[in-house]
Design a protein around this ligand. Sequence first.
Ligand SMILES: *Cc1c(COP(=O)(O)O)cnc(C)c1O
Length: 391
Amino acid sequence: MIPSVLPTYNRAPLSFVKGEGSWLIEADGRRFLDLGAGIAVNALGHAHPALVKALTDQAQNLWHVSNLYQIPQQQALADRLVEATFADTVFFTNSGTEACELAVKMARKYWYDKGQPDRTDIIAFSGSFHGRSSAGIAAAGSEKMTKGFGPLLPGFKHLEWRDFDALEAAIDDNTAAVLLEPVQGEGGIRPLPDDELKAIRALCDATGCLLILDEVQCGMGRSGRLFAHEWAGITPDIMMVAKGIGGGFPLGAVLASEEAASGMTAGTHGSTYGGNPLGCAVGCAVMDEIDTPEFLDAVNRKSGMLRQKLEGLVAAHPEVFEEVRGSGLMLGLRCKAPNMDVVAAGYDNLVITVPAGDNVIRLLPPLTLSEEEIAEALTRLEAAATQVETA
Ligand SMILES: *Cc1c(COP(=O)(O)O)cnc(C)c1O
């Protein structure tokens, strides 16, 4: 008999009743160190006082109002994002995949309005993930995500990740945009080196194609900069954001330059809940916390500390791990043992990690993780690795 919850997930036998900072707590009181943060969502950990206050204060006043009216919280968050980034304008969504939908529509509408209606192709890469909507799965293109779901949204081309020559050869008169994650998340924490992102930007400039960055996972301070592309010193034309921006409240956004967004006039797009007062009040509180030099410096310091300890862990357990990779507090351990065995051994030792492609386990802790918690993380990962070795 089919479970009452549609069984599209292989769920671990864990069930949490409370979250506190970097910790998740089960009903029996067992405390897990959370190095997954809801897959990079709880960027400020669980029940951060500033976010609890922003949400409950807003909840006392107004939960929902249609986008037919002015929404001051939405205006405030858009202003913050425009001020902090390349963007001139922002549309709010409830999720990352909805941001993908709009990013694709925006790029196509741009060329349509420029009198090049055939310029609709989006070039994307192997190992990418852009969510589970029709545009998201067509963009990622993997058999795992698309098989059985009938005709896919047309107009996507797929190239090998980091194959610049193939990209140069593939861009033609029908290419609307290049779409990529500066650090692939689901694909196994695979960063694009800065010089390669710079070269792709230059290629887009030379050919006129738009550059769409998916920073749903690597954005919002996770890389140690507000957005990961800042490390390369470039800017995209369109950027997808979600996950960390809501700190656990469902919130996403598409950020764009004035030029790239020029086709999106009144009536061309919409969302009932996108940019609602609750989400945007929380988003403003998240920005207040994350978008400061002190906070981002701390992310980089903690990244260095965690990374160094993880190098030691890998060296001590060569039968379990192969390498550490990633950026900021978006780190991956490529495993030699099956990654799910390592994740499961983590559960036994009360530490949560997240599996990814390429036999990787992801560490995406709250950005507020303390130095003591980093030490505790290593103790627990050590125990998990030893358990895998002796199994
Ligand atoms: C999670 C994710 C998405 C999809 O976000 P949802 O909120 O699940 O729709 C898109 N792109 C990347 C890079 C992601 O990590």
